[in-house]
Design a binder for this molecule. Sequence first.
Ligand SMILES: [Zn+2]
Length: 147
Amino acid sequence: MVNRISVEDFNKLNGSFFKTNKKDTRKSREKELEDLWRELIKLRVGYKCEYPNCPKTEHLNSHHIYSRIHKSTKYDPDNGMCLCAGHHTLTSLSAHHDPDFKEIIIKNGIRTAEFYQKLKMRAFTPAKIDINLIKLDLENELRKYSK
Ligand SMILES: [Zn+2]
């Protein structure tokens, strides 16, 4: 079953973002960005694992292709892949453990080699993070897929 975010939950995510209380620190705002990013990565593929021929639609994770330590691509939708827990971290065939993971993804046409090259350039190019702009972009993307 496809389990999409409801309009109500989406608005709740939004509403809490602009509250001006002590919790409204940069850290908590970035946490909300990460939540929006994680939801978008799953939503845009219809809540299924992107690994070739994997039927899993539950226990899904939003995988960062380039690590979250790269600020410039931390909230970039291109840097995300929806994977089941097994293909994310738990098995020897997972993104975090299989040295050939990227090659398998390319070979099966899930992403292209060119895509990875461009993403790598962005990941390793330092960029200043504009939280408000990123939030708007993620919200627009989410809206696109929520219809
Ligand atoms: Zn999977």
